[in-house]
Design a protein around this ligand. Structure first.
Ligand code: S3P
Length: 173
């Protein structure tokens, strides 16, 4: 697989980034299955390591504690090959992670906040940073961070996870 980012260089990893509800986990799993690569979901890796849910980690260790586990999970996954990595929505809060993403095949799954809110439905209540209403300020700030390191952007409004995975697999298949 070739990457446009470093012409001629083989792509070893694809990172999926985007806001909560963007579909990073479901697209990542479907894409990995299609192209026969491994799949790492950073939130799940954190939960395995901590032995508790992301929400519980936020409650017990606060956001700084969660971010530190997230950075650890990221760098571990970043050392693997032939892997699709679904990043948590806030992994881009780390400048070091953004710099790495900016050099790799990083795909931004983009959709308006209203679409993400509809997609998440009641699940939004379990997300530590979502709050009672869609977090507009956080979304606006994050979109700028995502754009700063994405190599490819896919609009996911009106597309299922399977559709998006199929679209991406064409490039990598
Ligand atoms: C977060 C997004 C969540 C999870 C945590 C923090 C964020 O991941 O890592 O609740 O800061 O945007 P998803 O984007 O997979 O929901």
């Amino acid at each position: 697989m070739q990457s446009g980012r470093a012409p001629g260089a083989a792509v070893r990893r694809v990172y999926l980034i985007g806001f909560m509800g963007a579909g990073k986990s479901s697209v990542g799993r479907a894409l990995a299955r299609r192209i026969g690569w491994a799949f790492v979901d950073l939130d799940r890796a954190i939960e395995r390591r901590a032995g508790k849910s992301v929400a519980r980690v936020f409650r017990d260790l606060g956001e700084p504690g969660f971010r530190s586990l997230e950075r650890r999970a990221f760098w571990k996954a970043a050392g693997r090959s032939r892997v699709i990595i679904a990043c948590g929505g806030g992994a881009v809060e780390s400048g070091a992670i953004r710099r790495r993403l900016a050099r790799e095949h990083t795909v931004l799954l983009q959709a308006p906040l209203s679409v993400l809110a509809r997609r998440l439905g009641a699940r939004a209540r379990g997300l530590p940073l979502w709050g009672p209403d869609p977090p507009e300020a956080l979304y606006a700030r994050r979109v700028a961070l995502y754009r700063s390191c994405a190599f490819q952007t896919v609009r996911t409004r009106g597309r299922s996870a399977g559709d998006v995975a199929a679209l991406l697999a064409k490039r990598f298949g």
